[in-house]
Design a protein around this ligand. Structure first.
Ligand code: CA
Length: 418
C-alpha cells in the first residue's frame, strides 16, 4: 500500500473542486519564481518548493537534488526514494498535520500557481514513440492502404515504435512555428518545398523512466513498473504532407522532429496505481517476453481542444489511455529485450490514442478522415488540420472513488512559418 494514495486523506491546503491536484496526486515538476528555479510539487493551486523543504531538513537527502533545472537528479535516486519523498510531502500537507499551516519555514515554500512559470521538467535523454493504439493504426491503415489489411502483419506481434528526437520536446506554453519542408501533393508532379499545409496533433501519453539495467540486459514486463517514474500528456506534432513524402523506407523524420509538447507535471506511476484496468485480449497470443500479469492498463480520460485566436476553444476529441493495445510494461519489455539500455529521464510516448468511436479519434488526420470532412470551431470557421495562430490544448485525468488525479494541460500555440 502506497501511503500517499490513501483516498481518505485531505490537505490543509485548499483544493478547488475538480482540481487535478488533490493531496493524492503529488506530481513533480520544475518551477520558476522570480530568479529561483526549483523542483516542485503541487496541491490544488499551490506550488510547493521542495528545495526549501529539503533545506528545512525534510527528505533525508542533499538539498541540491531539488535545486535544479530538471528532475533528472531526483529521478536517478530511484523508485524507493521518489516514493518516500511523495509520502513525506503527503504527510507534511495532510490535515493530520494541520499545525504545519502556521510553520513559517513551510509557509515560505508555498507559491500560488499564477506566480510561477512551469519549466521543462525533464532533460530527456532518449525519446521513443510507440504506435500502440489499435484503432489509430487501423484508421491509418484504412486511409493509406486497404481496410481489409489495415494492420500490417507485424502489428499484433510487436509493439511497433521508432526512435524520435528529444531536443525539440518543449513544455506547455511554448509556442511552435509551422514547419517547412518537402512535400509531394501531386503524384504525377515533382515535389515542392514550403510551409507544411497539413499540420496535425497526435494525442499521446508519455512515460519517464528511471535508470535501467546495464547494456545487454532486459527489463521484463513484471519488472517494468519499477523502472517507470511517471507520466505526462504528450502532443506529437506531425506534418502530414512532409510525412507522406519522406516516410518510406525508414519512417517519420522531419515530419515529427520539429516539436513535441508535454504537460509540465510528471504524475508518478505510484499515484496512478488506483486507476489500473485490464487491457484487451491479445490474439494472436504474444511471445512469452510480452506476456504480463495483472491490470497494467490505466483509465485516464483525455480530451483535445482547438482554440482559434480570439475565440473560445472547441473540444474535438474525447479519448482514454485505456484504449491502448500494448501497455507500458510490454513497451518497455520490448524496448529492452535486445539488451538496449534505458536511462533516468528517457521518455517513451504511447502513439496516438484513438478510441473506437469517431468522437475519440486522437488526430485531425482521423477526425477529418484525411481531410475529407471538417470540424466547426466556435467562431464558425472550419478545420481539417491546424491553422496558424490556433492553440491546441490537451487535458487528462483519472477518477475513481471520489479521487481525481490529473495532469493539468499541455497548451501550444502554432505560429506561422519562420
Ligand atoms: Ca506519434
Amino acid at each position: 500500500m502506497i501511503k500517499a494514495n490513501n483516498s481518505e486523506l485531505k490537505s490543509w491546503i485548499e483544493v478547488p473542486e475538480n482540481s487535478d491536484f488533490p493531496i493524492q496526486n503529488i506530481p513533480f515538476g520544475v518551477a520558476k519564481s522570480g530568479k529561483q528555479v526549483f523542483v516542485a510539487s503541487r496541491i490544488g493551486d499551490t506550488v510547493i518548493n521542495l528545495h526549501k523543504l529539503a533545506k528545512l531538513g525534510y527528505f533525508d537527502v542533499d538539498s541540491d537534488v531539488f535545486k535544479s533545472y530538471k528532475l533528472n537528479k531526483f529521478i536517478k535516486l530511484g523508485k524507493s526514494f521518489t516514493r518516500q519523498v511523495r509520502d513525506e510531502i503527503s504527510a507534511i500537507f495532510s490535515h493530520e498535520n494541520a499545525a504545519n499551516k502556521e510553520n513559517d519555514g513551510i509557509k515560505s515554500a508555498l507559491h500560488t500557481i499564477s506566480e510561477v512559470e512551469m519549466l521543462m521538467p525533464v532533460r530527456v535523454g532518449d525519446y521513443t514513440d510507440f504506435y500502440s493504439s489499435e484503432q489509430h493504426a487501423y484508421n491509418v491503415g484504412c486511409m493509406f492502404r486497404d481496410p481489409n489489411n489495415a494492420l500490417l502483419p507485424n502489428w499484433k506481434h510487436i509493439p511497433v515504435g521508432y526512435h524520435g528526437r528529444s531536443s525539440s520536446i518543449v513544455v506547455s506554453g511554448t509556442p511552435i512555428h509551422r514547419p517547412k519542408g518537402q512535400q509531394k501533393p501531386n503524384n504525377n508532379e515533382p515535389p515542392v518545398f514550403g510551409p507544411c499545409k497539413l499540420l496535425d496533433f497526435e494525442l499521446e501519453m508519455a512515460f519517464v523512466t528511471y535508470n535501467g539495467k546495464a547494456l545487454g540486459q532486459s527489463i521484463s514486463t513484471k519488472e517494468a513498473d519499477d523502472y517507470i517514474f511517471g507520466m505526462c500528456i504528450f502532443n506529437d506534432w506531425s506534418a502530414r504532407d512532409i510525412q507522406k513524402w519522406e516516410y518510406v523506407p525508414l519512417g517519420p523524420f522531419l515530419a515529427k522532429n520539429f516539436a513535441s509538447s508535454i504537460s509540465p507535471w510528471i504524475v508518478t506511476l505510484d499515484a496512478l496505481e488506483p486507476f489500473r484496468v485490464s487491457g484487451p485480449v491479445q490474439e494472436p497470443k504474444v511471445f512469452d517476453y510480452l506476456q504480463y500479469e495483472g491490470n497494467k492498463h490505466i483509465d485516464i480520460n483525455l480530451e483535445v481542444a482547438i482554440q482559434p485566436e480570439n475565440t473560445k476553444e472547441k473540444v474535438v476529441s474525447n479519448s482514454n489511455y485505456k484504449y491502448m493495445y500494448w501497455n507500458m510494461n510490454q513497451q518497455l519489455a520490448h524496448h529492452t529485450v535486445n539488451g538496449c539500455n534505458i536511462k533516468a529521464g528517457d521518455m517513451m510516448a504511447s502513439g496516438t490514442i484513438s478510441g473506437n468511436d469517431e468522437s475519440a479519434y486522437g488526430s485531425m488526420l482521423e477526425i477529418s478522415w484525411k481531410g475529407s470532412k471538417s470540424v466547426a470551431m466556435t467562431d464558425g470557421s472550419e478545420r481539417k488540420f491546424i491553422l496558424d495562430n490556433d492553440t491546441v490544448i490537451m487535458r487528462g485525468f483519472a477518477q475513481k472513488n471520489g479521487v481525481r488525479v490529473g495532469f493539468g494541460e499541455v497548451r501550444t500555440k502554432v505560429l506561422p512559418t519562420v
